[in-house]
Design a protein around this ligand. Sequence first.
Ligand code: TRP
Length: 322
Amino acid sequence: MKKILSGVQPSGVIHLGNYLGALRQHIEMQKNFECYLFIADLHALTTVKDAELMRKYTYELAVSYLALGLDPQKTIFFKQSDVQQHAELCWIFDCITKMPYLERAHAWKDAKEKGNKETSVGLFNYPILQAADILLYSPDLVPVGKDQKQHIEMSRDIAQNFNQIFGETFKIPEPFIKEEVATVLGTDGQKMSKSYKNTIDIFAEENVLKKQVMSIVTDSTPIEEPKDPEKCNVYNIYKLIADKEETKELAQKYKKGGFGYGDAKKLLLNKILEQFKEARENYKNIYPKKDYVYGILEEGGKKAKKIAEAKLIEVKKKIGYL
Ligand code: TRP
């Protein structure tokens, strides 16, 4: 069975974009792959600098995965900070990676272009930690969103670089990117992201969810007139969660006229509530069970650590520490 590994940062409330871009895929893949999935809380420290929030986002991410069907018997589910080998291998990679190479990273360049002059060393180093995350576990595939493509390429480069210097040690990972879910647009038509405050939060209370859906920006075409579905954000979000038949039906309603954006939003809201009905109930049930949730992460951490530890010993021998 092929092995996959992925990580998700605990950096905010879980929204539809996270679900379609990452969570759904990870949960589907546990049927056919040996799965490793971790909460990237070391990476999250580049943005989350509040202990309460770090705990809350980490916990909510764990509950979200479990509510959506992550099976801890099938997936080794853990917290990155529980396995210190990630940080240790990161340092080793730091010493074989050149500064100008890292300066080419998109995330870093973007941060600088946004006028963020005082970015942290951690943010600069982000791709190296990600390489350590991946290479410790020798996965065949790394399922990620399109925005992570460069990070996976860097992990491959770092693996090759290490192998060249110290001898064959790391397996070269392949990215696994589903193109069709590349970008999920938010309620304002920009990429769905908590930093734009344009998210649809799948586990939020119904009234909050309703408010978010109703706030989707549309143009001012009057109800009677036919509309172009592809240009409408409500339709574009609907398309991502409804099946082909339902999507076709909605497109026809748009084209016929006499159907307003308000009607479309109601349909979308109902679709979300229907689609996530079970997950939302699970979420409510699991949330209070702190021992259960933390217990799963702890167990997962122990299993992950065994693998990471063995790999790091191999690395230390190659370097001459052992
Ligand atoms: N950088 C990834 C993101 O923001 C999260 C991540 C950290 C990750 N380490 C990883 C993803 C290792 C895949 C593999 O989405």
